[in-house]
Structure formats: C-alpha cells, structure tokens
Design a protein around this ligand. Structure first.
Ligand code: HEM
Length: 419
C-alpha cells in the first residue's frame, strides 16, 4: 500500500486480521431493507447478521440505544450521534481531517443532475465503499479513509455508509475550526458495486481549459460559480501527494514532519486549520512550497470566479457562510433520503414544534384551574384543610377560621392595653 495519509494510523488502529476483514466488508452489499430495523439493534444484528464489532471499540459498544428513535429510517439518529463522537476521537489521534473531507466530496461529486433515476444519477449514496470506484484515478488514496472509518461502520450497523461519509466530512470541517454545517441525514446506500457511477465524473486538476472544465463538471452537479469557488476553499485543508494524484511535491517544509504520515505539498501553511488562508495565499502567491493546482489558479483568473475569490480572501465570515451552504448542498447531491425530508442531528427527526407560550391564555382563573394537575389540586386541598378551610368555599364562609382570626386580634389588643 502506498505511504498514504492515514495509512500508518489505519494500520495502528487495525490488526492485520481486522484489516483483511475490513477490506472484504468494505465492498460487501447492504442487508435488504426488510432487515434494516433488525440491523440497528445491537443484539439482533449480532445474532442474525453476524456482524462482528471491532475490538478497538468494543468497550463503548453498549453506549447507544435505538429506543429513542421514533421510526426506522435509513440511519438511526442516536447511532449517528455516537458515531460522531467516535469520529472526533479518530480526528484527535490521527489528524485525518483532510482525507475525510475529500472522501465525502468524492462520494457526492459524481452526481449528474441530468439523470433522474437513483442511483444512476450518482451522488452521496455510499458507492465509494466499493473497490471498483476506489480504483477510479481521481480516488487514489481514499481507501485509507475508508479503512479509518470501517471500525466505526461496524460498530454502528444502523448508520449507512452514505451518511457516515458525509458525517465524517462535516465533523472534520467543524473540528478543524470551520463553520457549523447545516447537515441532514438519512441517506440510503446503494446495494452493489454494479450501481457505482462510471469513471470520469470528478474534475481533473490540470485540464487544457481549467475554468471551463470546472464549469462543465460542477454545473453538471447543479452547482454555480459561487459554489465552485467556496468549495475550492476546502483546499485550505490537506496535502497533495505525487504518489497518489501525481500533483504536488513529495514533501515541503510544512509537511515533512506530519502530523499524520509526513510528506506531500499543502495549499496552506497550517493545513489542519479550516480558515480562508487558501484564498489569501493564492492571491499573495506566497511561497514556492505552497501548492496551486491549475484549477486553483483559475479561480483568481476567471472574471466571474475572481469576484468570489477576492471576497473570500478579504472576508473570512463571508467565506464561512457561503462554504457552509455549499458544503451542505454538495453533501445532499443525488442522495435518496429516508425519511424523504432527511433529519438533523441537532434537533432530532422532525418533531412538532413546542406550543408557543401565550401569556393571554393564562390570564383568566378558569384556564389556570384547567391547567392544574390532579396531584396539585390534592395538595392545595390538603393545605386549606390543614387550617380548617376548604378551596371549594369562599374565605368568609369558613366560620372556624374567622373565629380564630377574631380571637387572635382580641388577644393582640388585650396585650397592647395591658402594657
Ligand atoms: C475544484 C476541483 C477540484 C480539483 C481539481 C481537486 C483536486 C485535488 C487533488 C489533485 C488533490 C490531491 C489528492 C492527493 O494527492 O492525495 C486534492 C486533495 C484534496 N481535495 Fe480537492 N479538488 C477539487 C475540489 C475539491 C472540493 C470541492 C473539495 C471539498 C469540498 C476538495 C477537498 C480536498 C481535500 C480536503 C484534499 C486534501 C486531501 C488529503 O490531504 O488527503 N477538493 N484535490
């Protein structure tokens, strides 16, 4: 295997046996839809589907529960949340942010808006887990990203590959200091390698006419000039390696010591920090050690792209805003969602909004009485009865209480007069 980013980390995480198992299951088909709900139940998945979990994560394998999920969707939202925590741990130990972002983009970026049928239209459908697609020239090295994620996939059998790839990418961007991404989940996986898109749908880095090539490819995905430039800003992360894509230097002063597997050529100095330095550095033509692919250069040369590139170099907030929208849109391309509207991990599957508090509703005694629970009514009754009263009678009709008050007042007056 090539000395790929994350490769060393992957082999640290996986024993040789586990690595072999992963390679096999990376290209295995999804269980039929009828088993989807069983699959998301840990015990049943073990008994019926014989999915062994990685020992690396075995200690926390009981952390999740599917009980809270109202329905069985393509992915289980509780398991997605737990998987997100595991991805954060993985990022902490391997610094694999860039390759996870590239993985998510390459799964989604095969989308063709001119094809209506799923999965023929390509896009974020998990097809990149199959070897045949990993072998496409544009995907060189991405097998390492898949190996890093495979133990997480095995632990959370109720999470689809398509969701896991996009979750990993979004988590990496956010963890590297990028904007919060308005992601949704529930992507259905393709079931077999025959459903992979044909080679050649992703962009080349050095075509004869870079700007028009970028438009050909990204317009086919339904994305526009602003989105092309914003998304190119993801190259603020990571490195290019000659042994993979053929682009970049074998190493530079910024990459020779890692982190992760050393080497490659980065676009920015701090290539694990998500900010707008990609635009700043290309504009300033800062350093021979920083990479500028022909397609990167095009965004400062083409008049329409340049407007956005200049803006993002000046204004990181504007870049973050446009990037967040474009990334989320990219992550949804071609995806078939179940439920059809998808769901967010931040507020769970579409819940009815809580009833708004309207003060006027509480302004009459009648409504308040209706709002009281039976337990509260019991408590109030007991308190009244404690001093001989009753909540059912007006105060003046509680004779015993009135007599007590008169006696107390008389006693007070007597003591005043005596003094
Ligand atoms: C605009 C057209 C694009 C071209 C021609 C292009 C090309 C490339 C190339 C040649 C590499 C080096 C791969 C290697 O040698 O390992 C690379 C890496 C990368 N690309 Fe792109 N890319 C494009 C768009 C994008 C987009 C839209 C994203 C994400 C939204 C993205 C994210 C990345 C990341 C994060 C890396 C670094 C991967 C690593 O360090 O392992 N790229 N890209």
């Amino acid at each position: 295997m090539a000395a790929a980013f994350g490769g060393a980390a992957a082999s640290r995480l996986l024993s040789p046996a586990a690595a072999t198992k992963s390679t096999v299951s990376l290209s295995s088909a999804s269980p039929p839809p009828s088993l989807k709900c069983l699959r998301s139940t840990p015990l049943l998945s073990h008994l019926f589907l014989r999915q062994k979990r990685s020992t690396v994560h075995a200690s926390s394998a009981r952390n999740y529960s599917t009980a809270a999920s109202p329905k069985c969707f393509a992915s289980d939202s509780d398991q997605l949340k737990s998987a997100r925590e595991d991805i954060k741990e993985l990022l902490k130990t391997t610094f694999c942010h860039p390759i996870l972002v590239r993985l998510g983009w390459h799964d989604a970026g095969t989308y063709n808006k001119n094809i209506e049928e799923w999965p023929q239209r390509g896009g974020a459908n998990g097809s990149l887990r199959f070897e045949v697609e990993q072998k496409h020239a544009a995907n060189a090295g991405l097998v390492n990203a898949l190996k890093l994620l495979q133990p997480i996939k095995e632990k959370y059998s109720g999470v689809t590959y398509a969701d896991l790839f996009q979750l990993a990418s979004a988590t990496a961007v956010e963890d590297a200091g990028g904007p919060k991404l308005p992601m949704k989940y529930g992507r259905v996986d393709v079931s077999g390698s025959e459903q992979c898109p044909e080679e050649g749908r992703l962009p080349d880095a050095g075509p004869p006419s870079p700007a028009s090539h970028l438009r050909d490819v990204f317009y086919r995905m339904g994305l526009d000039d602003k989105e092309i430039v914003a998304l190119s800003g993801a190259h603020t992360l990571g490195r290019s390696r000659p042994e993979r894509s053929g682009w970049g230097k074998p190493e530079t002063k910024y990459t020779k010591d890692g982190p992760g597997a050393p080497g490659g050529q980065s676009w920015t100095v701090q290539w694990l920090k998500f900010d707008n330095s990609y635009f700043k550095d290309i504009k300033a033509k800062r350093d021979e050690d920083l990479l500028v692919l022909p397609t990167d250069a095009a965004i400062f040369e083409d008049p329409s792209f340049k407007v956005y590139a200049e803006k993002y170099a000046e204004d990181q907030e504007a870049f973050f805003k446009d990037y967040a929208e474009a990334h989320a849109k990219l992550s949804n391309l071609g995806a078939k969602f179940d439920p059809p509207e998808g769901f967010s991990l931040d507020d769970g599957p579409a819940k009815a909004a809580p009833e708004k508090f309207v003060a006027a509703k509480y302004s009459t005694g009648k409504v308040v009485a209706r709002e009281l629970s039976d337990a509260m009514k019991q408590k109030i009754r007991a308190e009244y009865e404690g001093f001989g009263g009753s909540p059912d009678k007006p105060l003046q009709s509680n004779y015993f209480l009135n007599i007590m008050i008169v006696v107390a007042v008389l006693a007070l007056l007597t003591s005043l007069v005596m003094n």
